[in-house]
Design a protein around this ligand. Structure first.
Ligand SMILES: Nc1ncnc2c1ncn2[C@@H]1O[C@H](COP(=O)(O)OP(=O)(O)OP(=O)(O)O)[C@@H](O)[C@H]1O
Length: 249
């Protein structure tokens, strides 16, 4: 993303925002609630269009692409949504194979083989015939990761991947994210879970009041003197008032 500006109904969400995803690197986008982190993912997927600036995937600018061209570019990207976003009426195996089935290029046995392989990657091959309602929250997220992997994307985006999980669930997701990186995937995460961000990410982008307040490594971020970042990691009473707009006593 280069110099991207984006408004929601006149409210500035991004202003001259830059983001560069290095191949094979895991990056976390940080910022207070409502800052616009999920909006960045939607812009990268072409689900929203910037007011100005450029968004390119592998050198192809998204602006002006026809729907079928956008679909082709999007094939390189998969997203794991916050709640997993599985289809309740489909089995786990059907959920994982859904995108491949829609594409119509592979036979059913081929799709099932891929679904099994991806479920085995997330440790859930035995759940292939279950329905989402029969799974725990953590299992649903792992199925969502298996589904994201089915089309062999280069880029995987994670929106709050550990929210609502118990410590074992969180550990599982972190472990999977690290393995994805070892396999050369480029991953981008939006999260408030700093422990997970520090466990899996090498680079951090901090969004503050529509602008990129910081970009760099964990060490650089924790030692920088950008006020928005020092407040984010060690909030004071003033920052609570500032960000939550609580009435002053
Ligand atoms: N479709 C929409 N129409 C209008 N405003 C929206 C829309 N979607 C999001 N917003 C607003 O845009 C801002 C950024 O939303 P976004 O979901 O990107 O924030 P976020 O940083 O991901 O927040 P959180 O950390 O709470 O998930 C918020 O103020 C939100 O209310």
């Amino acid at each position: 993303m280069e110099k991207v500006c984006f408004d929601f109904g006149g409210r500035k969400i991004l202003e001259d925002f830059n983001l560069f995803l290095e191949r094979g690197v895991n990056r976390t986008i940080l910022g207070v609630s409502g800052a616009g982190k999920t909006t960045i993912l939607k812009l990268l997927l072409g689900l929203l269009t910037p007011d100005s600036g450029t968004i390119s995937i592998d050198g192809t600018p998204l602006a002006g692409l026809r729907e079928n061209e956008l679909v082709r570019v999007r094939k390189h990207i998969a997203i794991v949504f916050q709640g997993g976003a599985l289809f309740d009426s489909m089995t786990v195996g059907e959920n994982v194979g859904y995108r491949l089935f829609e594409e119509g290029k592979l036979t059913e046995p081929e799709i099932e083989r891929i679904a099994r392989e991806k479920l085995s990657f997330v440790g859930l091959e035995q759940a292939i015939d279950l329905y989402p309602a029969e799974l725990s929250g953590g299992m649903k997220k792992r199925v969502a990761i298996a589904r994201a992997l089915a089309s062999d994307p280069d880029y995987i985006f994670f929106d709050e991947p550990t929210t609502g999980l118990d410590p074992i669930g969180v550990y599982n997701i972190r472990h999977l994210m690290n393995r994805l990186q070892q396999e050369g995937k480029t991953t981008l995460m939006v999260t408030h879970d700093m422990e997970t961000a520090f466990a899996v990410s090498q680079r951090f982008s901090f969004l503050h009041e529509a602008r990129l307040a910081f970009e760099g490594t964990r060490e650089e971020m924790l030692t920088c003197s950008v006020p928005a970042i020092t407040e984010f990691f060690a909030p004071t009473e003033q920052s609570l008032f500032r960000y939550n707009h609580l009435p002053e006593h």
